[in-house]
Design a protein around this ligand. Structure first.
Ligand code: UDP
Length: 319
């Protein structure tokens, strides 16, 4: 199979490229390196089944050509990370909405299978954990930029489902919960790379808010395994799936675990949300996926637990 990965030089994309190539598929990456990095795919350069183009998904002509050559498209190119979203509100909305529009439009001309990447952020302020794919999505006010990310991804979901309904375009929507592992950068505020770097350098570990908010972290290898398996499932078409790990942890507990795994003497400090992000910032109190739908589809069961994830990230950061 020939597979097109938009955003393929990103953290998840580059791991997906590795897995597809290991399975004998051909991979084409398009990435503008806005948040991705050439280092993530450097080891694939020169591989006979690998090619890449440094360009944006807004390049309509190029996307048309690449979509034409692909059997399956994983559309991951997007502005990601809460910190980036708060700092770059225009870019977030434009990239996330316009890029998806272009990819779907061209895929529809040839009826190519498209994975549209969404996020657990769409569950917003909902407290109905574990979150099921058909649950209500609860957004905050438009004055709070954080929610622009979720809304941009919700619009992507609506558009993908509309293409399926109206033109029969095969689409699969995946909502990724906090995905972590080697190659994830701390530059966009993601908590685990941040904490690990702070702990390793002896800097204070910065817990935002009161640290009682929870997340469930998934190892990138588990996510990629699911993504690869799903492409062969007809029953997944026109559907939305959570991909995650239901092991829930508070951010304070996470800080303590990072301190322990690294053997760090760093102190753990609480930073108010207003200082960490912006005035009036709203966080999600809990975030846990219901994975029943994905388990039914492909027998999904995440293999790597949080303590093991932390060990692997620490090992990677030490290098
Ligand atoms: N967080 C934190 N310290 C940091 C970075 C993040 O306490 O240095 C918190 C953040 O406020 C959120 C959680 O960790 O409650 C996860 O943040 P991240 O940006 O990794 O992902 P999110 O789940 O918010 O998309």
């Amino acid at each position: 199979m020939r597979v097109l990965l938009t955003g393929g030089a990103g953290f998840v994309g580059s791991h997906l490229a590795d897995a597809l190539i290991a399975d004998g598929h051909s991979v084409i990456v398009i990435d503008n390196l806005s948040t991705g990095s050439i280092d993530n795919i450097a080891h694939l350069k020169g591989h006979k089944n690998f090619e890449y183009v440094i360009d944006a998904v807004e390049n309509t002509q190029l996307v048309a050509e690449l979509v034409d050559r692909a059997d399956v498209i994983y559309h991951m190119a997007a502005a990601v990370g809460v910190k980036l979203i708060v700092e770059e509100p225009v870019r977030t909305i434009e990239t996330n909405v316009h890029g998806t529009e272009i990819v779907l439009k061209h895929a529809a001309k040839k009826g190519k299978l498209v994975f549209v990447f969404s996020t657990s952020e769409v569950y917003g302020k909902s407290t109905a954990v574990p979150f099921s794919e058909d649950a209500d999505l609860v957004m905050g006010a438009t004055m709070k930029h954080r929610w622009a990310y979720a809304c941009s991804k919700m619009l992507d979901e609506f558009l993908a489902l509309a293409y399926w309904k109206k033109y029969g375009l095969p689409v699969i929507i995946v909502r990724l919960f906090n995905t972590v592992g080697p190659r994830q950068t701390g530059r966009y505020g993601m908590v685990i790379p941040n904490f690990v770097r702070q702990a390793l350098s002896g800097a204070p570990i910065t817990v935002f808010g009161d640290g009682k908010q929870t997340r469930s972290f998934t190892f990138v290898g588990d996510v990629v395994g699911a993504l690869v398996a799903m492409k062969d499932q007809k029953a997944a078409i026109g559907q939305v799936f959570n991909i995650g790990n239901a092991e829930e942890v508070s951010i304070m507990d996470l800080a303590q675990r990072v301190k322990k795994v690294t053997g760090s003497a760093s102190e753990i400090v609480l930073i108010p949300y207003d200082k960490a992000y912006e005035e009036g910032f709203e966080d999600m109190p809990r975030r846990v996926p219901n994975l029943a739908k994905l388990t039914k589809l492909i027998g999904y069961a995440p293999k790597v637990r949080l303590d093991e994830i932390l060990k692997r990230v620490v090992e990677h950061e030490r290098k």
